[in-house]
Design a protein around this ligand. Sequence first.
Ligand code: FAD
Length: 427
Amino acid sequence: MGHNMNTFLTKGAKNKKVEVMGLNKPKVVILGAGYGGMMTTVRLQKLIGSNDAEVILVNQHNYHYQSAWLHEPAAGTLHHDQTRILIDDVIDKNKVNLVIDTVTEIKKDEKKVVLENGREIDYDILVIGLGFEPATFGIPGLKEYAFGIVNVNAVREIRQHIELMFAKYNNVQEPKEDLLTFVVGGAGFSGVEFLGEFVNRVPELCKEYDVPREKVRILSVEGSPTIMPGFDKELVDYATNFFERHNVELHTGTLLKECTPEGIKMAKGDDIIEVKAKTVIWTGGVQGNSLVGEAGFEVNRGRCPVRKDLRAPGHDDVFIVGDCALIMNEETGRPYPPTAQAAIQESYVLARNIKKLLDGQTDLEEFVYQPKGTVASLGEKDGIGIIGNKKVFGGQAAFWKKVIDNRYLFLLGGMKLVLKKGKLNMF
Ligand code: FAD
């Protein structure tokens, strides 16, 4: 499967070419190779010639990973290599220089970006696509003791940790319920998708580690009155029923108050309930990468309210894409939720707008988000969603989810990438 593990190195590989080439060409620097940054790069390389600009893509790792698939490797139902792609395999190296490093600061007034190794890169045009980080809303202990489904490194640890809890169970004395008590904080999209995978994985783990299923306790803690707040009622009812059938305790209308090394405290009305659990996974909210606010851009939960052409207010040389950008839904007066779907759509307009700037044009295109629907998986074979304006459930939803996942791979790297990394078990 995929590449040899050694090819997925992190950091260290510095691209010396950057300093010596293209001194007179305009410099386009793209930060982050997530959905937004990666797709912007791939679109841009199709639009420009190698002499039009020096394009530099800066990313923490030499791979692009699909955040929207991370619940699967976290639960252990998919190998994490299936969610990641070597960036070198999709960029045109005649047009794009990849710098593998971590951005530590954006100095917008000096038009520079600072990297972890102390090096600075200056830019003429900057694209910020640094993605999301967990929002913990000041809940004590979450940062220290809860896991987050945030990147490849994090989900690898979650999978290993879960297995270790099962492996330990038969080797320790009572009381030991905390080993097999799993708390998922937040039952929005990613929490529900993780739970959907996890309930499918549990029977396998029980079998592998000789643990009776009834010893495993799975709790979902959600502040709103239902799981998947904001979703269509019929879909929510379907998902609720799915979890009840799989013995997940749904604690809706319940606030996670604190996370400790022993477990959690949650509040249901006036009652404070303590649950001993060695595994707490927080999926209760995300915010934009804090580097955006730290750089002095206007932010709302880390997301910069971009102009219609996707540039930051007051900065004609800075575009912001994906979860770092906040785009208003003018019909509802509320921001669109941060999604891969939005990041991908933005990248098309963004690449065309960069091309316009490089050509000296000032009539930039305006971005209009076109929601195509949403599908949440409930494990590999089940799900709920809306495609266009049609509701889908069960196997049909699972099928659409795979179509969506494969479509993205196709947009990024064509049929070759679909065959290599796609979900080909469609039915
Ligand atoms: P990301 O994809 O997060 O990419 C950011 C990139 O920046 C990463 O490559 C990261 O390594 C890099 N980076 C970060 N910081 C630095 C730094 N300091 N220096 C260098 N590089 C850095 N959306 C949907 O549309 N549909 C779904 O079904 C869906 N399901 C989801 C399920 C889960 C479990 C999760 C967690 C999210 C899901 N989402 C879904 C949301 C979607 O994943 C995000 O909206 C999307 O990833 C945002 O894309 P992005 O390009 O802004 O950032």
